[in-house]
Write a protein that binds this ligand. Sequence first.
Ligand code: PPE
Length: 305
Amino acid sequence: MVQKTERIWMDGRLIPWDEAKVHVLTHTLHYGLGIFEGIRCYLCHDGRSAIFRLKEHVDRFFDSAQIGELKLPFSKREIAEACKETLRVNGLKEGYIRPIAFIGEGAMGVYPADNPVRVAIVTWTWGAYLGDGALERGIRAKTSSFTRHHVNVMMTKAKISGNYVNSVMAKREAIKLGYDEALMLDTEGYVSEGSGENIFIVKNGVIKTTPLTSILPGITRDSVIQIARSRKVPVVEERFTRDELYTAHEVFFTGTAAEITPVREVDDRQIGEGKPGPITRELQAAFFDVVKGKNLEFQEWLDYL
Ligand code: PPE
């Protein structure tokens, strides 16, 4: 359950949480063309709060809008400022920020005519996305019976609401079968991503991750690549198969919500020692140092409140 905060930013105004409602004829509710972002704000070691890679998230929000042909009635600066303002009024020192843009009511039918584009920003406290202990012990993943999107069916580089029907189905299936997360294969059968995360494998000291062709260009993914390279750990972006995953020494998922979550088992096969491996742990520690302002090498990624 999301813990209620005092206010939600909606169409340019900060309104009480309970008043942030939409009409049932909201176009996006019927046809799924809305776009959203997921951003985290961390409480830093010095007591200040910093939003992680706000600029990149706002840029991706606008890229999603461009792909989905949603004309946002706000500038990038206004959205970035509104993210900060919403956290501030809610008194959150740490939390998750969810900007969403959607097509409002007016015309029905798949042609949205000139229905208004509406924008809201919600903030809340969000702990470990894949459950208590996931970050420390790692999780169990299962290859999904659902295939990830084909690049000409859904726009995989956009964070479009409707894209997530596929994620919800895959996630439900994985949970019902007793696993923590679904691993999705692409339309050609190669590993693509988790229901809400990008994926990495490590073998013989080399990190490999899926190329950007048909996945969401994850901002955590990019951060991990940059952090790994700065520590001289080689990273390649290359397609791989599920059997390569089974024989990897380490596997981990990355995402704003999931952060860096180790995967200790895939399809009932133990990965490595069945616990987070050394490179995963090193990157995890480095990532948390960065987001909490302890590593000055990447301080331009932090936007202090
Ligand atoms: N792939 C998918 C499909 C995805 O949804 C996410 C984020 C990522 C990769 C990682 O992207 P990034 O957050 O930029 O590193 N998923 C978001 C939504 C999760 C949800 O359940 O809601 C998130 O992590 O915020």
